[in-house]
Design a protein around this ligand. Structure first.
Ligand code: 13P
Length: 341
């Protein structure tokens, strides 16, 4: 394990003012997002869209790395260079989603466990050959009546730690993503409890599997009320409770924290990140972003499957990335939403 390489890569991923663009939707998820806009989902359309994203002029000012899906890392951008090679040339680290999805957890109705450990060592080696510098594995924790169970949290935390060990073995920085889902009518307080238990369990498993925390980027969800909760929290409450929870659970050695957006709107995800960075607390790790929907949605809607909209869609992505980058430094204000793209 090359400790220096892992630490340097992890620090680059969360360097000040920069974050990560998640564009690693599996084909079924990408198809769902395309279908909402009546865009046909073919390998070529997905390649066109993802080419549009990574070739956005100026993107690397705000984006330190982008997470690809298996299909994309095997494709070429339109000018004929493989995606990973093109991104590296632009100063954007190529990352790769390596889990194979969340599947029903036997004996635990309503809960899931993320799969993908079988053959992972070999797959990781292949991704390194293709130029990947970091990896991602997403676990999902559902809040509901009697949920989550201890069994679900432990199974997911263990899998995350096994994955992280295999990633570090080949020099890939693992993004460790335990997502507490926003779906449901739970309160902010309940989300706090579940996020706390999940993170404490994850870090204990990472410790047991001998993970170098300096070479890890944590990708958590925010502490937020469920989408159907009648009592929605203020931006300040979300920021305060999220940071309080992270301070109580995440060791200072972790290289950085890059949030997922998890179904928040682009504006919400930006405001929450900004508020966290404005709490005036001294934090041991940078707080930045690894958004998919909150970064891509305006660009996807602008593109709408029409090649003529390509450059307008790139401007929409660039604009959004700048706002989120400002939020990662506590410099965002809602008026910036209106600035010309
Ligand atoms: P969202 O920001 O859309 O939640 O996606 C992040 C991600 O990578 C989910 O795995």
């Amino acid at each position: 394990m090359n400790i220096q390489q892992l630490e340097t890569t992890a620090q680059t991923m969360v360097a000040r003012g920069r974050g990560i663009l998640a564009m690693d939707e599996s084909t079924p998820t990408c198809t769902k997002r395309f279908e909402k806009l009546s865009i046909e989902s073919t390998p070529e359309m997905r390649r066109f869209y993802r080419d549009l994203l990574v070739t956005t002029p100026g993107l690397s000012e705000c984006i330190a790395g982008a997470i690809l899906y298996d299909e994309t890392i095997r494709q070429k951008v339109l000018i004929g260079t493989p995606f990973a090679e093109y991104m590296s040339g632009q100063g954007i680290l190529p990352g790769i989603k390596v889990d194979t999805g969340a599947k029903a957890l036997a004996g635990h109705p309503g809960e899931k466990v993320t799969e993908g450990l079988d053959g992972l060592r070999e797959r990781l080696r292949e991704y390194v050959e293709m130029g990947a510098r970091f990896a991602k594995w997403r676990a999902v924790i559902t809040i509901g009546d009697g949920l989550p169970t201890r069994g679900c949290i432990e199974a997911n935390a263990h899998a995350l730690a096994r994955y992280a060990a295999l990633a570090q073995e080949v020099g890939l920085v693992p993004i460790v993503e335990p997502e507490v889902l926003i779906n449901g009518d739970h309160t902010l307080e309940r989300c706090y409890e579940v996020t706390q238990e999940t993170l404490k369990t994850v870090f204990y498993e990472l410790y047991k599997q001998r993970i170098l925390l300096e070479g890890v980027v944590l990708k958590p969800s925010m502490v937020i009320a469920g989408l159907d909760c009648p009592q929605q929290a203020s931006v300040e409450q979300v920021a305060e409770q999220t940071v309080r929870c992270l301070l109580s659970c995440v060791p200072a050695a972790v290289a950085g924290i890059a949030f997922l957006s998890g179904g928040q709107t682009s504006e919400q995800a930006t405001m929450h990140l900004n508020a966290m960075n404005n709490l005036g607390k001294r934090l041991p790790w940078p707080l930045t972003f690894s958004y998919a929907r909150a970064l891509q949605q305006p660009a996807l809607e602008t593109w709408n499957g029409n090649p003529a909209n390509r450059s307008a869609a790139q401007q929409a992505l660039y604009h959004r990335a700048r706002l989120v980058s400002a939020a990662s430094q506590g410099n965002y204000s809602p008026e910036m939403e209106k600035e010309a793209t």
